[in-house]
Design a protein around this ligand. Sequence first.
Ligand code: KG4
Ligand code: ZN
Length: 344
Amino acid sequence: MEIDPNLLSRPVLGIETSCDETSAAVVLRTSILSNIVSSQVDLFASTGGVVPEVSARAHVEAILPVVRQAMGSAGVDYCELGGVAVTNRPGLLGSLSVGVTAAKALAFAYHLPIVGVNHLEGHLLSPIFSGRPIEYPQLCLLASGGHTEMVYIERPQSYRLVGESRDDAAGEAFDKSARLLGFAYPGGRQLSELAETGNPRRYVLPRGLEREATYDFSFSGLKTAVMRLVEQEGERLSREDAAASIVEAITSVLERRTIEAAIHMGARAVSLCGGVAANRRLRERVGAACQKEGIGFFVAPVELCTDNAAMIALAGSFRLASGLNDGFDLECFANEAIARGDDA
Ligand code: KG4
Ligand code: ZN
């Protein structure tokens, strides 16, 4: 593959602890030398969501073993690293600070530069791991548990928000619907698996803001409709058909808005990222629509769509290559959005 001069020519250690995954990875340009993910989902299956203090404590326990494993399986020594990249925003403050503190300690001990990475930027750049030469400008749909955003990417590090969810994120819509169908948190993946055998036309569910001229999304009406459906149908409810109808409602609106925005903005390619981009139906239908429109299509392998440190190392590699070093003053921030453009 062509060598991107905007990426660091030395391996980068990435660290991610913004939510319920402790992850460390070593990435050299666009090659992943290791990517270790230790998930906390089992801890939260019974609580129906992440409990911040419990999450932070679990990160403390996992962080050093996960970093050691990432370095060990990459076969890279600390002194060979070109720097450390760590998610410092947005996310749970207690969880973020575990990763940032570990990154600072390593940077101090091994005299390495350190850069803070926006978790969302990590997701936005993850389609680079598709393994094909990437095209810009790109219209990227970022759909995760906390965010649903369409972002115009002129090139790496140049992002403009085009549209976003006005209420629930797409992943949240999956997870809340999954809960109503009896799945443990988060449930989006299990609901999608059940949907494979169901009839997507059995139940009619709302596609939020369908008739409005906007690039925004709304998923709260879907959640209410699923709640009503479960109540009304009771024992008669076909869980397979309900799951398939939910997947259809969410993916059809995501696909249509993304393709419309890409055409309107003259993007050369469309990309998908975030946990919901792991959804087979979404990947398939957006891929098919891009092919029909003659637009490029990029998405990372499924395991790199959900939270991981490889995408953080990649985003950090661009920053480190341009000589940035945030130093030991690096702070954590609970919120930091991608800036909204005014021409959407
Ligand atoms: O990006 P991510 O790992 O974490 C956040 O930054 O939020 O996304 C997690 C979200 C969850 O809502 C999860 O249910 C959803 O992605 N998800 C899926 C699938 N795999 C994960 N949703 C639909 N289909 C899937 N296959
Ligand atoms: Zn994420």
